[in-house]
Design a protein around this ligand. Structure first.
Ligand SMILES: Cc1cc2nc3c(=O)[nH]c(=O)nc-3n(C[C@H](O)[C@H](O)[C@H](O)COP(=O)(O)OP(=O)(O)OC[C@H]3O[C@@H](n4cnc5c(N)ncnc54)[C@H](O)[C@@H]3O)c2cc1C
Length: 299
């Protein structure tokens, strides 16, 4: 092992939640190591929206600016690496990385996000974050009034439809197979439902043109909302025994504490409400609460 340095806090995941937590802890005079493997979930999207002071900027440039601000605090360092293992207990954790570093730390924050599990359908990954969209608050304004699909095939369709209908009334529901919900509960005079299997998406550099179905038919759309299944980006918390919710998020208190003492979590790994502002806010809260814990334990 290359390193045996000790820190007050190690933050695993150095994107929006992790960097926000790092700033709060650096300003609280804590020694902090951020370990980040450089795979934020929004790396597919050219423009991030709905974050005041940064609206419309490339997510990578917001992250770079945050890294520079965080690194101005002399007690914070960032390591580009993947945390692979963690052992120990509050006050004495050991974190090991893929590059064979080993660090000691009193406390840990997981800000590791989630991995979206995109279906292996041609065109989906190319359009993801550009015209295949997870959230109307992030991208709905840019595609307001446009020909829009909602790719869904379960009971969430009713709410999903009502939500997206707020931004456009030109809506098509794509079930990609036999509908698994009560079609009659939707206003079928206003919304078309296509149950054919999707074969591929025709697009130009991620700008959706047509959905192509296995039966050879096509449907012209400008954008499609889609909530893919996900998994935790980092499996360490579950390996340690941190409780998860039924949906697969790390269970946290209102103060971002996980079910294991000394381990906090923030950002997408803890919530279905995926946004930069929420990830930043949760990182900030986790760090302040963790600092409070360290102060109390030292007293
Ligand atoms: C396509 C897309 C577009 C989006 N657009 C917007 C938008 O316009 N506006 C908006 O507000 N929100 C947007 N979001 C949501 C927003 O990007 C997320 O809510 C936000 O990135 C969550 O931040 P996070 O820090 O929790 O996780 P992430 O940003 O996903 O970062 C997690 C980090 O942890 C690292 N990591 C994971 N495991 C390990 C490990 N074991 N060791 C080291 N590092 C690890 C990853 O590499 C990654 O860098 C978008 C999301 C997607 C998917």
């Amino acid at each position: 092992m290359k390193n045996q340095k000790a820190f007050d806090v190690i933050i695993i995941g150095g994107s929006f939640a992790g960097l926000s937590a790092a700033m709060t802890l650096g300003r609280s005079l804590r020694s902090v190591l951020v370990i980040d493997s450089g795979q934020p979930c929004n790396r597919f999207t050219p423009h991030a929206h709905n974050l005041i002071t940064h609206d419309g900027k490339a997510p990578g440039s917001i992250k770079s600016e945050a890294e520079a601000q965080v690194l101005a605090y002399p007690t914070i360092s960032i390591l580009n690496d993947l945390a692979t293992e963690m052992t120990g207990e509050s006050g004495a954790f050991t974190v090991t990385t893929r590059q064979e570093h080993q660090f000691q730390t009193k406390k840990v924050i997981f800000a590791t996000g989630v991995k979206d599990l995109l279906p292996a359908i041609e065109g989906v990954e190319d359009c993801w974050g550009k015209t295949i969209l997870h959230c109307p608050y992030c991208h709905g304004y840019e595609v307001r009034g446009k020909r829009t699909g909602i790719w869904v095939n379960d009971d969430t369709v009713y709410d999903f439809y009502k939500l997206i209908a707020h931004w456009t009334d030109d809506l098509t529901i794509l079930t990609n197979g036999q509908p698994q919900f009560e079609v009659d509960q939707l206003p079928t005079s206003k919304v078309q439902i296509i149950d054919s299997k999707i074969q591929k998406l025709d697009h130009q550099n991620g700008a959706l043109q047509n959905v192509v179905f296995e039966n050879g038919k096509t449907h012209n759309l400008d954008a499609v909302y889609f909530r893919p299944p996900f998994e935790q980006h980092c499996k360490i918390p579950e390996t340690l025994g941190c409780k998860t919710t039924e949906a697969g998020h790390l269970e946290v208190t209102n103060f971002q504490q996980t079910s294991i003492h000394g381990i906090y979590a923030a950002g997408d790994c803890t919530t279905p409400m995926r946004s930069l502002a929420i990830a930043i806010s949760q990182g900030n809260l986790a760090a302040a609460m963790l600092n409070h814990e360290l102060i109390n334990e030292a007293a």
